[in-house]
Design a protein around this ligand. Sequence first.
Ligand code: ADP
Length: 257
Amino acid sequence: CCQVMANPVLRDGKVMGAVVVILDITEREERENLRREFTANVSHELKTPLTSISGFAEIIQNGIVKQEDIPRFAGNIYLESQRLISLVDDILNLSRLDEGEVPLKWEAINLLALAEDVAARLKSTAKKNGVVLTVSGERTEISGVRSIVDEMVYNLCDNAVKYNRKNGRISIAVQKTAEGVSLTVADTGIGIPTADLDRVFERFYRVDKSHSKEIGGTGLGLSIVKHGAAYHNARVTLESTEGVGTAVTLIFPNIPT
Ligand code: ADP
C-alpha cells in the first residue's frame, strides 16, 4: 500500500540520520487505474460512431450507393455525429467535475423553477411517445452551481423519458424535508434489474447496450449525477422495480440561515 522514501541527513559529510517519508499510494494508484480505464472506454466509445461515419461517407464517396439510398446513409451519418456530440459533451462535463475546474459561481437556485424549465425542454420528446410529464412541489431554494444542477436534473428526466413505456408517466416533485430539499423524478418505465442497481452509476455502464444504443445513451448520465451530487454535498437514492418504474431522489442540503 505504501511507498517508503528514506533521505539521509548529512552533517560534515557524515550520515547523522535519515528522514523517512511514508506515502500512502493506494489512493493514487486507484485514481490512476480509474483514469486508465476511463481513457480506454472513451477511446472505444468514440471509435465506434467514428468508424460508422467514415464507413458511410466512404461508400457515398465511392459512388457504390444507389442515388435513392443516399438520404438514408446521410441520416445515419447525422445520427452517429449527434451521438458523438452528446458523448463529448458528457465527457467534458465529467472531467470538469473531476478536475474541480468548475466555474465556482454558487448561487441560490429555485429548484422547482429549474425542474419546470428542464421539463419544458423535454416535453416534445416525451409527447412523441405519449409520455406525460408533471412537475409539482414547493418553490424552494438551494445553493449550487446552476449549470451542474441543471445537467443533473436534465439527465434524470431524460432517462425517465428514454426508459419509459409508451403512454407512460413521469412526475417530478420538489419538497422541503428535515434533511434538505429533495427532488424526485419518478417514472413508469422499464425499471432496472436488481442485479444492475449497484452498477448504473458507473461510467459507461448500461443495462442493455443494444437497446441503449438504439435510444441514444452514453452511459455517462448517472455518473454525472453522482459526481454533481458529491460536489453539492447532496445525497442520491435510486429505487427501481423491473417492469414497474424507477424513482431517483436528490437531496440537497438546506441553505444555512
Ligand atoms: P445512458 O446514457 O445509457 O442513459 P446513464 O448513466 O444515464 O446512461 O444510465 C445508465 C443505465 O442505467 C442506462 O443505460 C439504463 O440501462 C439504466 N437507467 C438509467 N435510468 C433509468 C430509468 N429511469 N429507467 C430504467 N433504466 C434506467
